[in-house]
Write a new protein. Structure first.
Lengths: 191, 191
DNA sequence: CAAATTTTGTACCGTTCGATCCAATACTGA
DNA sequence: TCAGTATTGGATCGAACGGTACAAAATTTG
């Protein structure tokens, strides 16, 4: 009962995510969120309670999107090395697509991680999950004799995540596709 | 002539650098800068003209410090591979020392790069300089037959910078020394 | 010593921030 | 049809922001 909503909550979260992504948390005003989502202040506060809560929703949405992308690549066809290669290619392609926005996860960890426990916990949990997924892939590649057995799978997982982070920072620094692709190429030589 | 300063400009810039480093630009209030530097508002604005200008000074100071560190490692003893290894070790050690502060350069590029031309230009110029230095080192290693000749030196340079960025992001994400060291170890396998 | 000059501390400026209040609006269910 | 309920737009809140004005204080120079 009551007056029905004139907007889609999911669409609003998605629009908010994009603004936070390109401008950062502090630099995004509530008015900017109103313009981007098309909602009025009342609707935003009535639905999401605060700027911080809306940001958490947006970040969760982003984490879910990228998680799906990661699993779909790692569950794909081919050897583990081929799949890791494809993972980096996807990262490069995404980085080129999103221009200088970089990665919302990395951006948020840097801007808010050290002083926002809620955000920190979300990103930490997601990171642990990705490390486990990558480490599993590495272990399976090592079992098949396809990846060097001497390396610690968890370290390799951290390395891959670190290279991904580095590529996204490089993208936000304005490097072009060739540079990002070159980084991915060299990184693959380590595996 | 006139009343003499009661503070050291250099010390003030250094103190400001540390606050910006750990809190970020937007999240650092002018009052926080007063407390950290020990100066009053008047002294800050009389000397540095604006928060943004003070930040530029602080960032320049940081860039200079890290540039000195980079040259001192790359100009050191040993093979190129040994020096690159030592470079990553220094990065890891610094990252552990500065705790979750990460790298002011990376932090600033992410927070301000896309919307602050002055900051963007400073960081871009510094990056180009570091790429050139690293690429030179790689080329010299390749001439001596000590590094694989097949790789593009500039790509390798970007890779190293990217790994450094990744390590610093990982540090700001709260990873401990063992994780950071593991990333450096795997990265060295690519060279 | 006094005029000139610069720094310093304090009070304050206008603006913008995130957030709230409230009446008008648009629905549901009895 | 109308009481009840939730959403909406608009006005507005107090706090905090970056920055300024101004006079007292502390020097140098003549």
């Amino acid at each position: 009962m009551g007056r029905p909503r004139q907007f889609s909550e999911e669409r609003a979260v998605d629009a908010a995510m994009r603004v936070f992504w390109s401008q950062g948390y502090e630099a995004t005003s509530t008015e900017a969120l109103c313009t981007a989502t098309g909602l009025g202040r009342s609707s935003i506060y009535n639905t999401f309670h605060s700027k911080h809560d809306l940001f958490a929703r947006a970040l969760e949405h982003y984490i879910q999107l990228t998680a799906e992308s990661l699993t779909s690549v790692l569950d794909g066809e081919g050897t583990v090395r081929e799949r890791l290669r494809r993972l980096l290619d996807v990262i490069v392609a995404d980085a080129v697509d999103s221009g200088r926005d970089g990665c919302l996860g990395v951006n948020s960890m840097i801007e808010l991680g050290p002083r926002d426990d809620a955000v920190d916990a979300m990103l930490r949990k997601d990171k642990e999950w990705r490390i486990a997924l990558l480490a599993d892939a590495v272990r399976s590649g090592q079992r098949d004799g396809e990846l060097a057995a001497g390396m610690d799978p968890v370290s390799v997982a951290h390395f891959v995540l670190s290279v991904i982070g580095g590529i996204r920072v490089a993208a936000r620094s304005g490097n072009d596709r060739a540079v990002l692709q070159g980084i991915a190429d060299v990184a693959m030589a380590a595996l």
